[in-house]
Structure formats: C-alpha cells, structure tokens
Design a protein. Structure first.
Length: 310
C-alpha cells in the first residue's frame, strides 16, 4: 500500500514501546483492512532507549504501510507528534498512542463523521476510570482553570486522539511556535468540530512515561502558552495589598497621634515584610516563566530533528 497519498495517516509517537509495537500493528491493520481505505502508519521513534527502533524496522519489512521517523534524541511527545503530523501525507490525520489506550474501533466513526463533512472529530473520554484518582481530579481542575483564563475553548477530557482533515493539518503546520502544547494548538485552529464519546482503556503493556512532575510542567506549559492571566493578576494583587496597607498605615498614624506609641511593633512589621517578600518572589517567578518562554522561542530552534526516515 505504498502509493503517494493514502486516505488515512496514523501518527504514532513511541518512546520505549518495544513490547506493544507488534500487537498495536496487528490490531490496527486487521481493523483498517475491514474499512477498505488506504492508509499509512507513521511511527515516530522519540529517542527510545530500548529496542523500539529495531522492532519498528523489523515490522516495516512485514507491513509496507509503515513509515518510520527516527528522531535524533528524545524530544518529548509533543515534538514527536509534530514531526509525524508534518510528514503525514493522508487526506485525514489521526494521532494515536501506541499503548492502545485510544481504542482503534473509533476510527470507523471518525471516518463516518469526516464524510458527513466535519473537519475535526474529537474523542471524548466518557469515563476516566482507568486513570488514577489524582490524575482525574487534577485534569478536571486544569481544564476548568484553563477555560477560565485563556481565550481558547479547550474541550474537557479530550486527548490527542482525534481526526483532522487535510485543511486543519495544513493550518496546524503553519503555527511557528517552538514550545508546543498540542491539545491547545489543535483547539486554537478551530474548524467544524464534532465529538464522539469513548471509554479510555488501561495501558496494554509497558508503563506510562508521564509522572506527576512531568504532568505539572505540562499543565504550566498549557497555561502559559495560551493565557497571560498569570501575568496580569499581579497588578490586582499588588493593588489590593497596597490599598490595605494604606488603610492600615492611616489607622496606625491616627492611633499613634491619639494614644502615643504603645509597643515597638516588631511582630506586625516582620509579618508584613515577609508576606510582601513572598508575594514579590512569586510575581518574579511568574515573570520568569514567561521570559523563559520568550527566550526559548527567540532562539528559533527546530521543534525536532529527524535523524533518518526509514
Ligand atoms: N511518548 C513519546 N515521547 C515521550 C513520552 C511518551 O513519544 O517522551 C509517547 C508514548 O510512546 C505513547 C504516548 O506518547 O505512545 C503516550 O504516552 P504514555 O502512554 O506514556 O502517556 P499516558 O497515556 O500515560 O498519558
Ligand atoms: Mg498511555
């Protein structure tokens, strides 16, 4: 199936996934054959430290629909996705996790909806019971906060698994930024969108590479990419603090004039100093977060480097 432009491009970033690759391909090719469409499966080897690449090459010799992009090191899932999407030739593109947490059975509905005229078909997790309690709660609050303080409407409980038409992909490819928060970028480009619901399965094998710290940083990335609210909020916090301090100061002056000095006031003084010091440090930290991003963007480095296309 090696013709120039397949109908469907599956973009599959892989990091240390030697255990699941073969099963993934078997499942997918079986399913896709039934749909009678042309397709390509693009594996992106995101600098895996195990035998993922060898496994990919082996599988490619058995399955001609496979394409392999080998990144020169681990660039992270967002960059790997970007690489895959940039190289996809299909009329529609679907990013997919290799661990089969995104049920392949949905592809049929994706394509149906596409044929009905939608440019984006989202897969919404109706139930996240396969995720840990903490991940569920933190995800919920993250989406809420994100929706409030940024001007894109990022749908809740929707992952990277979705169908995008060629129109959408071409727009996505024009976005120049370096620090890529794909879910946000997907939402930002817009287009006619519909949603189907599914249940997220537990990982088929191997283990997740997103731990708490990585997810926290991912969330910060998501917010700072699409909102400047954390920068603006300091104006209001500063204003309120200064206002309260002014009232407090006036009151102290009046009190001292009327009743004279009663105590040295060390306790209240040190409290206020420390409190303001803390607030200022936080403010500087948030500025730093944005300045850091400006710095990284200004270098205009590529998002990923492809060592070879196999
Ligand atoms: N992944 C990647 N590069 C990374 C980390 C992950 O390409 O640095 C891939 C991984 O191989 C998988 C997908 O991203 O196909 C989702 O990763 P994972 O299942 O670990 O995340 P989770 O489903 O727990 O969010
Ligand atoms: Mg997973």
């Amino acid at each position: 199936m090696n013709q120039e432009y397949p109908f469907l491009s599956l973009v599959v970033p892989c990091y240390n996934e030697e255990e699941v690759l073969e099963y993934f391909l078997q499942t997918l090719t079986q399913l896709l054959q039934k749909l009678s469409i042309t397709y390509e499966i693009i594996f992106i080897n995101d600098g895996s430290k195990d035998n993922t690449l060898t496994q990919m090459v082996l599988l490619k010799s058995q399955y001609p629909c496979v394409r392999i992009l080998n990144l020169s090191r681990n660039f992270g899932k967002e960059a790997a996705l970007t690489a895959g999407i940039d190289h996809a030739l299909g009329e529609v593109v679907v990013p997919m996790d290799v661990d089969l947490q995104d049920p392949p059975q949905l592809l049929e509905q994706f394509i149906e909806k596409y044929r009905e005229g939608y440019d984006v078909v989202l897969a919404k997790r109706a139930d996240r019971s396969s995720d840990s309690f903490l991940k569920k709660i933190s995800a919920e609050y993250f989406y809420k906060l994100h929706g409030k303080i940024s001007d894109i409407d990022m749908p809740q409980n929707v992952g990277d698994y979705r169908l995008m038409s060629r129109k959408v992909v071409d727009e996505l490819k024009k976005l120049p930024e370096n620090q890529r928060f794909m879910k946000g970028l997907f939402a930002w480009v817009g287009f006619k969108t519909t949603t189907i619901e599914y249940k997220r399965e537990p990982r088929f094998a191997g283990k997740t590479s997103f731990n708490g710290w990585k997810l926290w940083n991912f969330a910060i990335e998501g917010i700072t990419s699409f909102s400047t609210a954390p920068l603006k909020i300091w104006f209001y916090i500063g204003f309120i603090t200064a206002f309260v301090a002014f009232i407090f100061g006036t009151w102290i002056i009046i009190k001292t004039l009327l009743f004279g000095v009663d105590s040295p006031g060390y306790a209240s003084l040190i409290t206020v100093v420390l409190f303001l010091g803390g607030i200022q440090l936080m403010g500087i930290g948030i500025l730093g977060e944005y300045i850091g991003r400006i710095y990284l963007e200004s270098k205009k480095r590529p998002v990923y480097i492809i060592e070879a296309e196999l």
